[in-house]
Design a binder for this molecule. Structure first.
Ligand code: PLP
Length: 420
């Protein structure tokens, strides 16, 4: 429980902030003409970016793959829009809600797809459910997924197995699989009954980048489809739906894009649109992507403020964001290399790596390590992965600093030294 003094300090820390978009715009202008990799280590640039956030100064936030603080421009817009909507919900909530069509076009540009292929959902889970329940699968049809899909996609298809008699088959991926191994393992597990492959873009809690393009080619060659869980990808890894060529890509905008909580997007390839059932009854035509959005009244303020998150991401620059989180992660990897009792697992191919890694310390469960890092060092990570590499999941974001990475690695070293 926080003392009064602590909560006052936290509140004061979040109160100070100038206009976030102007800050990031000015920083981006100062970096014009420089490569993303050279900007990645420019602390003057990133100090300005950090000022665009109102962070709780009691913590070092390292769970970018979970939920992210919003840039202040998003929070301010949310407050403004909320006041507007509540002052006269009809028309204001509906006017704000209507901005979703503009955001759809902008998000489609970022995802390299047509706006007619992009539904604005509430989160990844909803997108996975739309596809999971909307596909016309029959008794005996098979769905193939890696064991790492356990938490999110798996329960959907497990229910369909109970209700509709489909079969769910698991592909056991090694902890550090190569792209070639991954594709080979899926290929060996496919049968004539396989109708769908489910694969995460970035493996939950590990940061592995799965070979989505190769898996979609495999699925299509065998008459199946590919559903990608992109919760941890879009918003910090630049994506192209055309290049990935998956049939469905479900993501959350409230994760890496830092849009308001309760926002997500689902890509449905145009030639799959008509045959995919919406979860809710709708009067829209079968080939209208908005059929997936008819869920009753939605929050106009929440949807409208997606625009400020897109502004921030575009001004900052997707390549710069990825280069920065990779750079921060590389500091962690170097500092923890060869430290006894410590293991760091992330995408081994540095050219594909994103901003996610798992760190384990022998003798500590992920839960125990999460609590220790939070309570003793103010480090916010997440960890609950019982198994061979139970550890914490660390994902730095653009507001983090090399100094914070050092606090993390020193804390991990001290923890390892304390373990017997
Ligand atoms: C890989 C993966 N898929 C899906 C989700 C669910 O995201 P949401 O709660 O935004 O639907 C998460 C959340 O952390 C995730 O890590």
């Amino acid at each position: 429980m926080l003392t009064r003094r602590e909560s006052f300090r936290g509140a004061a820390a979040v109160a100070l902030c100038a206009n976030a978009v102007s800050i990031v715009e000015a920083a981006a202008q100062s970096a014009t003409g420089r490569s993303a990799d050279s900007v990645a280590a420019d602390e003057t640039f990133w100090r300005s970016v950090r000022q665009a956030y109102r962070l709780d100064s009691r913590y070092i936030i390292l769970n970018g793959g979970g939920n992210n603080p919003y840039p202040a421009s998003v929070t301010d817009a949310l407050h403004r829009f909320d006041q507007m909507a509540s002052s006269a919900p009809r028309p204001h909530n509906y006017t704000l809600w209507g901005q979703v069509h503009n955001h759809r076009r902008r998000l489609a540009r970022l995802m390299d797809c047509s706006p007619d292929e992009l539904a604005i959902t509430r989160n990844t889970t909803e997108g996975l459910n739309i596809v999971g329940w909307g596909l016309s699968l029959r008794e005996g049809d098979e769905v193939l997924m890696a064991d790492s899909e356990d938490q999110y996609a798996s329960p959907i298809f497990a229910q369909r197995a109970k209700r509709h008699g489909i079969l769910v088959r698991r592909v056991e991926l090694p902890i550090e699989p190569t792209a070639k191994e991954t594709v080979a393992l899926f290929e060996q597990s496919m049968t004539n009954a396989t109708k769908l492959i489910v694969a995460s873009h970035l493996v939950d809690g590990l940061g592995y980048v799965l070979p989505i393009r190769e898996l979609s080619d495999l699925a299509h060659d065998r008459g199946a489809q590919l559903l990608t869980d992109g919760a941890l990808g879009f918003g910090h890894v630049p994506v192209s739906m055309k290049e990935l060529n998956c049939d469905y890509y479900a993501t959350s905008l409230h994760k890496w894009l830092s849009a308001p909580l309760g926002t997500g997007a689902l890509f449905v390839k145009s030639d799959r649109l008509e045959s995919l059932w919406p979860l809710y009854g709708t009067r829209r035509a079968a080939d209208d992507i908005r059929k997936f959005e008819d869920i009753g009244t939605r929050s106009g303020p929440t949807l409208a403020a997606i625009g400020q998150a897109i502004d921030f991401y575009e001004h900052l620059g997707p390549d710069r964001k990825l280069a920065r989180v990779r750079y921060l992660l590389s500091i962690v990897m170097t500092a923890l290399e060869n430290v006894e009792k410590v293991r760091v697992i992330t995408e081994p191919d540095a050219s594909k790596r994103a901003g996610l890694a798992r760190i384990s310390v022998s003798g500590f469960s992920g839960r125990a390590l999460t609590s220790r890092l939070r309570d003793q060092y103010g480090l916010l990570t997440y960890g609950n992965w019982p198994g061979e590499i139970d550890g914490v999941y660390v994902s730095p974001n653009v507001f983090n600093t090399p100094r914070e990475m050092k606090i993390l690695t020193d804390a991990i070293k001290e923890t390892a030294a304390s373990s017997n």
